[in-house]
Design a protein around this ligand. Sequence first.
Ligand code: ADP
Ligand code: MG
Length: 501
Amino acid sequence: MSTESNTKTIQGRTGSWELVIGLEIHAQVASNSKLFSGAAVGFGAGPNEQVSLVDAGFPGMLPVLNKYCVEQAVKTGLGLKAQINAHSRFDRKNYFYPDLPQGYQISQLFFPIVGEGEVLIDLSDGSQKTVRIERLHLEQDAGKSIHDLDPNATYVDLNRAGTALMEIVSKPDIRSAEEAVAYFKKIRTILVYLGTSDGDMEKGNMRADVNVSVCKAGAYERFRETGDFKQLGTRCEIKNVNSFRFMQQAIEYEARRQIEIIEDGGKIDQETRLFDSVKVETRSLRSKEEAHDYRYFPDPDLLPLELELAWIEDIKKSLPELPDDKRQRLVTQYGLSVYDATVLITEQARADYFEAAAKGRDAKLVANWVTNELLARLSKDGHEITDSPLPPEQIAGLVELIETGVISSKIAKTVFEHMWDGKGAVTPAEIVETHGLKQVTDTGAIEKAVDDIIAANPDKASEVATKPQAIGWFVGQVMKATGGKANPAAVNEILKAKLGL
Ligand code: ADP
Ligand code: MG
């Protein structure tokens, strides 16, 4: 698999440039309680209703590691084909912030629970590429400061303080905005399949820090050969990007900004930036010179984390079928194209829907209907596949009617419209019956239509003898006369006979 095929070059004034991107993704662990306390984790609780004395940083409170969160991190590591570290450790990252009452965040800097792994990303041209993972570690989230409730005060809500985050750090293997978005999407899909995070970006449960640098052709290859980061340009880190669209825009803006500075003879300062989604630009937040010294040290309240290999093995056995394996199976078991299979595996529920509808039916046809008509209509009307008004049996029923020649593919679109309007209450077969949409295979009826049209158009009929392709016009007329319901093969055959072809 190529690492270079999708590298996009960006044209500057002085020549072309290449992008290098690395992502740090923060995903909230799907868990009922926090990483080091028994306080509940949930959305929609009143301010400070889900806060224990540990989360509030009261003196003398001791953290107790949540085993379930550790299991979720291990599961995620296995899903990312990564090294699980039997030995890891928690460190304190010290800094002051009003929504961090402990005065430090417990994280894993030196010995993360998960080491190197890899992810296969799916690109729009149908190709795939491997992005390597550097590490995954567990850490606490901070609370929230709320600045817009009172002009003279800031409020602090500690409900989120202490919830478990997984930080997934990629190697700088990403070479375009499209690849960055594809990577973010794939990580989200894998986490949702595993059930280790709900991946809900609107709730802020998944967000990414995006590191971007630019360099000249050849520099990246030298970096890959030598591992020397100095071969690359200076990076800027765009904090907390929480939508696919913003990620795309932020990277495109940031790359342009850096290229312009360098081409004007300037230098890139390593800094942390924010993306302003209204102005569609990135802005400096702080430079590396102002960076805090976090004075990391091992948390004295927590023992090192030692995992038993048997426990890791048990977790491995409990893994569900992952997206890439599912795609492979859909292709071999049902003969689907890689493209259709990729659309279906994006969400587990989509693939499940497809498999339920495909039972005993022409699977490719089912995949077509699910990935085209159904998904388009669901998204247009703001539905998820999980609350589709049409259950899989309805699509199966429609495909059965096409397969058995009761309706043509064209009429099937009309039937689908009725199915959608009926919200699944009426079966496709009933719709065909009540609306008289059955394909006309009755040769008598077709013959009559053909006779009428030939009789009304003698000139055209004689023309066909010298210009056989003119038969197309007759086919169109017969279809029109039968409301599109005539069986096309029968129409052709009868026309040929009657026109003496
Ligand atoms: P920090 O905490 O200082 O941001 P991390 O190691 O956690 O450091 O994350 C650094 C991220 O930046 C990684 O995803 C890495 O791949 C990426 N990165 C490192 N150097 C570059 C570079 N020159 N250009 C783009 N991304 C980079
Ligand atoms: Mg960073």
